[in-house]
Design a binder for this molecule. Structure first.
Ligand code: 5GP
Ligand code: MN
Length: 339
C-alpha cells in the first residue's frame, strides 16, 4: 500500500511552523541523510526546524551539513524533551513506528503536534496523521527528493541538500547494488551531480574511514566467527560483548559486516548477531525473493525491508542464535529456490 498525502502536507506547511524531524535508533546513512536534507529544505521554506534522534550517529556521517546540530536523546534528554514539547509538527523520517525512537517514543506519542510520516518501510503504524509511505522507493532520501519536487520547490535544492540525499541513496542501496532497479533513482542521481556533488569524494567519506581496529574486527568476524550452512544457503556471524571490546568497537564499526556473509556464492540468507548492553542486535540480509523482513517480524519482533531487516532481542546471544538455527529447516524450501 502506498500513501502519498502530498497535497495535505503541502497545505500544512504553507505557513511557518516549529518542526521537529525525528529518525530511528542506530541511525544509518538514510536516516541522517533524509533528516538533514529535509531539515535544510524546511529551513529554506521559513520554518524553525530541529532534528532529533534517539542515539548517536556513526562518525562516517559526520560531514553532512547540519550534523552537529542534531539533538541526541541519549545524550541530552532535557533539550530533546523541550524540542518535542515545543514542536507543532513532528516528522518521522525513515522509520515506520514510533517505538523505534526508544525512550523518546512516549514523549512524541504524548505530543499534540501534527505527526507526519515520510518513509519507505512496509506496514507503517497508525500513529501518524499524514503519511508519505512508498515502500518501492530505494531510500527515504529519494522520497525527500520527490517530496521537494512535489512541493514545487526543486529550485530550493542545493549542493548540501544533494549531498545528504546522495548519502541516503548510496547507503540504502549498498552503493547501487540492491533495491535500485528503478530509472527514477538514476534520474535523481543525475540531477544531484548537476547540483555539484562530488560522488567519488562522498563515497570516500562514507566508506574509506576505517580505523585499524574496525578493519581487524572485520577480519576476525570473517575468519573466526563466520558459520556457513550450505544446506540452508545461510551464513551468519556472532560477535559477543567481549569480541567487540577486544576490537575497541565504536558505533558504526559493524556496518556492512553482514554483507560479507551474503557475498558467498549460493548463500541467500545472512545474519549478524551482536551482543550489546542487555540486548542482542540482529541484522538480516538476503538475496532476491527471500523476505528477511517477514523472518524478522514473525520470529524476532523486528522488521525492515525484503532484503535487509533487523531486530533487537532480549534473549541471550546463545539463545538468539540457537532460535535462528532451529528456524532454518522451515525456511529451507524458500532458501533453496531463491529467484
Ligand atoms: P541494520 O541491519 O542495518 O541495522 O538494519 C537493516 C534494516 O532493518 C533497517 O533499515 C530497518 O529497516 C530494519 N531494522 C533494523 N533493526 C530493526 C528493529 O529493531 N526493528 C524494526 N522494526 N526494524 C529494524
Ligand atoms: Mn532507509
Amino acid at each position: 500500500m502506498e500513501n502519498t498525502d502530498f497535497n495535505l502536507i503541502s497545505e500544512l506547511i504553507s505557513h511557518p511552523l516549529r518542526i521537529l524531524i525525528t529518525s530511528h535508533s542506530n541511525p544509518d546513512g538514510d536516516a541522517i541523510g533524509s533528516s538533514l536534507a529535509l531539515w535544510a529544505y524546511m529551513k529554506k521554506k521559513g520554518h524553525t526546524v530541529q532534528v532529533m534522534i534517539p542515539d548517536p550517529y556513526p562518525d562516517f556521517l559526520a560531514w553532512m551539513k547540519g550534523h552537529n546540530e542534531i539533538l541526541i536523546f541519549s545524550r541530552d534528554e532535557r533539550a530533546c524533551i523541550q524540542a518535542i514539547e515545543a514542536a507543532e509538527l513532528i516528522i518521522s523520517s525513515d522509520y515506520n513506528n514510533l517505538g523505534r525512537l526508544n525512550d523518546a517514543a512516549n514523549y512524541v506519542r504524548k505530543s499534540k503536534a501534527v505527526k507526519v510520516l515520510i518513509d519507505h518501510h512496509l506496514n507503517p503504524s497508525d500513529e501518524f496523521d499524514y503519511q508519505i509511505s512508498i515502500s518501492r522507493i530505494s531510500s527515504t532520501s529519494e522520497i525527500i527528493y520527490n517530496f521537494i519536487e512535489e512541493m514545487g520547490d526543486s529550485h530550493l535544492l542545493d549542493k548540501e541538500i544533494a549531498e545528504c540525499i546522495y548519502a541516503g541513496i548510496i547507503t540504502d542501496t549498498g552503493s547501487l547494488s540492491y533495491a535500485c532497479n528503478y530509472v527514477k533513482t538514476y534520474v535523481i542521481l543525475a540531477h544531484l551531480f548537476q547540483l555539484g556533488i562530488d560522488g567519488e569524494h562522498l563515497h570516500r567519506l562514507i566508506y574509506d574511514t576505517y580505523s585499524e581496529s574496525r578493519l581487524r574486527l572485520l577480519g576476525f568476524s570473517i575468519s573466526d566467527q563466520l558459520v556457513v550452512l550450505p544446506e540452508f544457503h545461510t551464513a551468519f556471524i556472532t560477535l559477543s560483548k567481549e569480541d567487540l571490546a577486544r576490537f575497541d568497537h565504536q558505533i558504526g564499526d559493524t556496518e556492512g559486516v553482514v554483507n560479507y556473509a551474503l557475498s558467498i556464492k549460493d548463500i541467500n540468507l545472512a545474519a549478524l548477531f551482536m551482543e550489546r548492553d542487555g540486548i542482542v542486535k540482529v541484522s538480516f540480509r538476503s538475496k532476491g525473493s527471500f523476505p528477511v523482513n517477514t523472518l524478522a517480524a514473525q520470529h524476532f519482533n523486528g522488521g525492515g525491508h525484503r532484503n535487509a531487516a533487523g531486530a533487537n532481542c532480549t534473549t541471550t546471544l546463545e539463545e538468539t542464535v540457537s532460535k535462528f538455527r532451529l528456524l532454518l529447516p522451515s525456511f529451507q524450501p524458500m532458501l533453496k529456490s531463491v529467484y
